[in-house]
Ligand binder design. Structure first.
Ligand code: UDP
Length: 236
């Protein structure tokens, strides 16, 4: 028996790009293999995909674009990542469905929560794209919301370049230390940046635990699902 039976995995766009713009097929196939190994154990897997490897609305706003329009472009970027991940998951023999918050019937199903739950019951991996379908939101927030609505037990936040929550930014402060566990309250009091504020608030209010871990760590997703303590557990 695994530690978790249903998880929501948040993959930021950076994970897809392997640090650069666009999709790196080698990286995506590696991530897909890991997800497949978890799905084969009968664990329900939902995935929310970011889009920062293509487009970030807030950055484009600073360079003169209308924020809402730039955000829609950002959301469309997430869908490309979803399709890449779907492709590599199916190559692993895993049935998947992509559901998007912006309707685009030719490439994906619309987001229908009850249908998503049904897919999970049938052992399909469900990939959520296009964020919330609304500008001024982030895919972190959508990860928290989808986890709650599809009754996942935990949000697994895969991060590029960092393997958990630190007492300070480890890239700037050499004295920063990694925390194995932290409560939402402690994180708030210490001003730790774990996810964006809306996502954090949603998880805290609804007691949805988060595990922040390094996307580069070998087999991390499977190990977490099996109960190994990797990264940082953030809980009530
Ligand atoms: N976005 C949005 N609404 C959402 C989710 C995403 O407007 O509900 C846009 C926003 O511009 C964001 C971009 O899509 O910058 C990519 O998403 P995000 O930055 O969350 O991706 P990540 O940082 O995880 O790669």
């Amino acid at each position: 028996m695994t530690r978790y039976q249903r998880v929501l995995l948040k993959l930021s766009g950076e994970v897809f790009g392997g640090g650069s713009v666009g999709v790196d097929p080698d990286v995506v196939s590696q991530v897909a293999r890991e997800i497949a190994s978890v799905a084969r154990q009968g664990v329900g897997v939902c995935i929310v995909v970011g889009g920062g490897n293509f487009f970030r609305g807030a950055e484009m706003q600073q360079r003169g674009m209308d924020r809402a329009r730039a955000d829609y472009m950002g959301m469309l970027g997430t869908v490309m990542n979803c399709l890449a991940l779907q492709d590599f998951l199916e190559k692993e023999g895993i049935e998947t469905r992509v559901q998007t918050a912006i309707t685009m019937g030719q490439v994906a199903e619309p987001y229908i929560p009850r249908r998503a739950m049904r897919h999970l019951e049938k052992g399909r991996v469900v990939i959520f794209g296009a964020g919330a379908g609304m500008p001024f939101f982030s895919t972190d927030t959508v990860a928290a919301q989808r986890a709650l609505e599809t009754r996942c037990e935990v949000v697994l936040m895969a991060k590029q370049g960092v393997d958990g929550v630190y007492t300070a930014d480890p890239r700037q402060d050499p004295t920063a230390t990694k925390l194995d566990e932290v409560t939402f309250q402690e994180a708030l009091q210490q001003g730790l940046r774990i996810a964006d504020a809306t996502a954090f608030a949603l998880c805290m209010e609804n007691k949805m635990p988060m595990i922040v871990f390094g996307a580069e760590e070998e087999g991390a997703i499977a190990r977490i699902v099996a109960g190994e303590k990797i990264g940082t557990l953030v809980s009530a």
